[in-house]
Design a protein around this ligand. Sequence first.
Ligand SMILES: O=P(O)(O)OC[C@H]1O[C@@H](O)[C@H](O)[C@@H](O)[C@@H]1O
Length: 457
Amino acid sequence: MSKVNSAYTTAINFSVFLMFTAYAAYEAHGKPPKAFTCTDKMRRRNAKSEQGVSGNSPKERSPSPSPISIHHLRCAAAMSSSSAGGAAEEGAAATAAAPQQAGPVVTCKGVNGLEKVVLQEVRGSSAEVYLYGGHVTSWKDEHGEELLFVSNKAIFKPPKAIRGGIPICFPQFSNFGNLEPHGFARNRTWSVEDDAPPFPVPTSNRAYVDLILKPSEEDLKIWPHSFEFRLRVALGPGGDLMLTSRIRNTNADGKPFSFTFAYHTYFSISDISEVRVEGLETLDYLDNLQERNRYTEQGDAIVFESELDRIYLGTPSKIAIIDHEKKRTFVVRKGGLPDAVVWNPWDKKAKAMPDFGDDEYKRMVCVEAAAIEKPITLKPGEEWTGKLELSAVPSSYYSGQLDPDRFKCPGGFNQLALGGLVEVYPAIQASRQHSTSTYIRVVNIVLHADWKYDGHV
Ligand SMILES: O=P(O)(O)OC[C@H]1O[C@@H](O)[C@H](O)[C@@H](O)[C@@H]1O
């Protein structure tokens, strides 16, 4: 074995040891995956901590305010900032007030008293989900930086859908049907489901919440189909945001139904002119600005110089949004969702939207994992699964590397630029959900080895 290979192996082995140690510590950290009220959960966590389950000796434990006061501090901060205006500020204030030890799943009041669930991962990343719309409104990395765009003019008031975050478009995307644009799921109030039926592949993540939407009598009048829509929102140990939708036909009349669907994700970007989307080259798309005529993408990547509103068809399971100024790449992974909508309203449309700032189009881009061209049809008793997984990585990782197989070493790992700190860790949720998957991080370069999706219909 060459010197370089041997250094490589030693570094990997040492890092694996470190990471397993870290993993063991992570395992010991805390448990309850269900959504609790702040008070309930913190009581349990404190009780565990009293029993020494957290691993801290009594000496190491620093005095902390009572769980109830932590809860009220946090929610009060979120609500006061929202009254000062601005959904984005609301999210920031909520995290600013959130103590480190808040635990993985907390429910509290958000803007206008709407109930929200806050997910926090041990390394510091977080997400917020409003029950109104089953709508993710915040996803922050471990440094507290917001990764999703929410308009400062977003209206957190039914029946208006929240402008930004991740609206769920169901049972209809846009005007592909007779319902209101993008369907009604985004402006209905969902419920937390404490005992959701097991997911096909169990998740080990602790920071997750299960929501459910069933049609009301009123909904059945406009869309006469009985369904159960289960949405799991989870934060992975590395801060990845994962959404899994399971839609079941519960019609008792024996009738199938069809629907279209999208995760209408608004990404936060530095400047729209600094961004490009990779992974959709050479694909066909329907142009929403040209009467949905079909064209073929000619460019190497999608760049933005004016309004853009397209439905890309038969897209790969990975798409990258590269933000040159931020040197950050969002990686969108999806399953069960063949299409991808790319949207930026540009200046004129921005001005025409009452819940969107005139210049905000510069700071957002929507890349929406979707099933549109071929509607999904379910017979009674059948269930469909649509998955979205978002990660934010330094751009040095991504550009031109949409196909990780091209970079594989004989040992099965991706090719690494050796030198500097090498860190290898098992992706905890991936190894349990999918196959054994290993993530390799070299300084700021992150490469995935053997990543694969499951759970397609
Ligand atoms: O204003 P809405 O209903 O949230 O829709 C926003 C945009 O959503 C996108 O998905 C559509 O492709 C656009 O055509 C639409 O304008």
